[in-house]
Design a protein around this ligand. Structure first.
Ligand code: ADP
Ligand code: ADP
Length: 227
């Protein structure tokens, strides 16, 4: 668990005329589950990708814990990210998909086996470790993507519309699984969605974005004026 601090963050893509993100300010507490909502194109993914280090920050300061990480490589940021399209390697087994990031970071074989086995147990994937992604259901694939994120014990979790490719019923059950996982791991989390129900049911605080600006920040109660 770590705090995450975004101070006066701006983003302008090289080929764009205007800023995509303008003066984004947010202090995220340890263990907090933050949800970014807003219409397509408002800058949610861009902001998340800057936190992950997959996009340069044009201006501003990003801190994880008390360390400024603007120039730190993605793999050294203590962050795990889950994408909408799973981004699983199709030619690798479930085990190897989950182990990939650990191998990249030179974890020992013994440690890799232990971590992947544990994550598979938590996510109900034990029986599927030798399968390839094509032989899994959408929900199972999304669990593998989550597994790949949790094996490293990263302190910060970023999720970009992780459930939007799933059918409505599965979305509801995966929502509960992610909430449970968050309670167990207590990771600081940013979750991007355009689904208000997801935001309302999962968030500690919601950040509503529009045209690259923060419109509102508050608890689900405050933001949606619930009783
Ligand atoms: P959201 O996640 O809220 O749908 P994005 O962050 O994906 O929004 O996109 C915000 C804006 O930035 C959009 O207008 C999009 O076209 C633009 N954009 C996204 N990625 C790039 C890129 N690599 N180069 C130029 N413009 C981009
Ligand atoms: P992590 O940093 O969580 O350990 P990985 O090491 O699994 O993640 O992935 C490293 C990078 O490779 C990420 O940016 C991810 O988006 C990308 N990636 C993962 N799977 C694929 C794929 N099937 N095709 C292309 N790129 C991928």
């Amino acid at each position: 668990m770590k705090t995450l601090s975004m101070q006066h963050i701006f983003k302008k893509y090289d080929n764009a005329d205007n800023y995509t993100v303008t003066d984004f300010n947010l202090e995220i507490k340890e263990k907090e589950f933050i949800v970014f909502v807003g219409p397509s194109g408002c800058g949610k993914s861009t902001t998340l990708r800057m936190v992950a280090g997959l996009e340069d920050i044009t201006e501003g300061t990003l801190k994880i814990g008390d360390k400024i990480v603007n120039d730190v490589a993605p793999k050294d940021r203590d962050i795990a990210m889950v994408f909408q399209n799973y981004a699983l390697y199709p030619h690798m087994t479930v085990f190897d998909n989950m182990a990939f990031g650990l191998k990249l970071r030179k974890y020992s074989t013994e440690d890799i086996n232990k971590r992947v086995t544990e994550a598979a147990e938590i996510l109900g994937l034990t029986e599927y470790l030798e399968r390839k992604p094509a032989a899994l259901s959408g929900g199972q694939r999304q669990r593998v993507a989550l597994g790949r994120a949790i094996v490293r014990d990263a302190q910060v979790f970023l999720m970009d519309e992780p459930l939007s490719n799933l059918d409505a019923k599965l979305r509801v059950s995966m929502r509960a699984e992610i909430a449970k996982l968050h309670q167990r791991l207590e990771t600081t989390t940013i979750y991007v969605t355009h689904d208000q129900t997801e935001a309302m049911t999962m968030a500690d605080r919601i950040v509503i974005m529009k045209d690259g600006l923060i419109q509102q920040i508050g608890t689900p109660k405050e933001v949606y004026d619930l009783p």
